[in-house]
Ligand binder design. Structure first.
Ligand SMILES: [Fe+2]
Length: 190
């Protein structure tokens, strides 16, 4: 009985989470030419097309939910970083396990890692992404890069980051948000 009530509550929270994308997802994605919702769908579609496991596809879909919801977090006026990966963690950790939430939490630092190990990666970043990199702490030093790769879920976070960088193509056709819902429901914590 109690288990059923908990499950119903999580399902409702999932619906509310997805509703945020419908209500707020028309906002543009930073300085890019796609909306937040288009960006999320493109990122998840790239992961799906690569044959990734459902938790990583889900992480790709939800990785920037913190951008949608960052106005709900305490933010000081002298800090230009919205810490959207931490905001996402606050909203998702009750619903999904670490295989979904950790790549999301680490996707900002994955960019700092990739810039440290691949100069071409840095030069290929959009100007908006280069600008946010500085706000997010800049390129990792070699020791930091090594430590990052030693963390659980680092490889998934890097994959997510690479899809993230590609998920900025105007008018690209993707699955719709509701098509991801059954997969997300399967991943809900008991
Ligand atoms: Fe993103």
């Amino acid at each position: 009985m109690l288990d059923q009530a908990m499950n119903d509550s999580k399902t409702k929270q999932l619906d509310a989470l997805l509703q945020n994308y419908l209500d707020l997802g028309a906002a543009m994605y930073g300085g890019e030419a796609v909306t937040q919702l288009e960006h999320a769908l493109q990122c998840a579609h790239l992961s799906l097309a690569a044959g990734d496991a459902p938790p990583l596809v889900a992480a790709c879909l939800l990785h920037d939910v913190g951008h949608l919801l960052s106005h709900q977090s305490p933010k000081s006026s002298d800090d230009p970083d919205d810490h959207h990966e931490q905001v996402a963690m606050i909203h998702l950790q009750n619903l999904f396990g670490p295989e979904v939430t950790q790549p999301i939490l680490m996707h900002v630092n994955a960019k700092r890692y990739l810039c440290a190990v691949d100069e071409q990666y840095w030069s290929d970043l959009s100007q908006a992404s280069k600008d946010s990199l500085e706000i997010q702490g800049g390129i990792y030093r070699p020791k930091q890069a090594l430590e990052f790769m030693g963390l659980p879920f680092a490889k998934d976070a890097i994959k997510l980051r690479q899809y993230d960088d590609l998920a900025k193509v105007p008018q690209r056709v993707t699955p719709q948000l509701h098509e991801f819902r059954p997969m997300l429901e399967q991943l809900l914590l008991a």
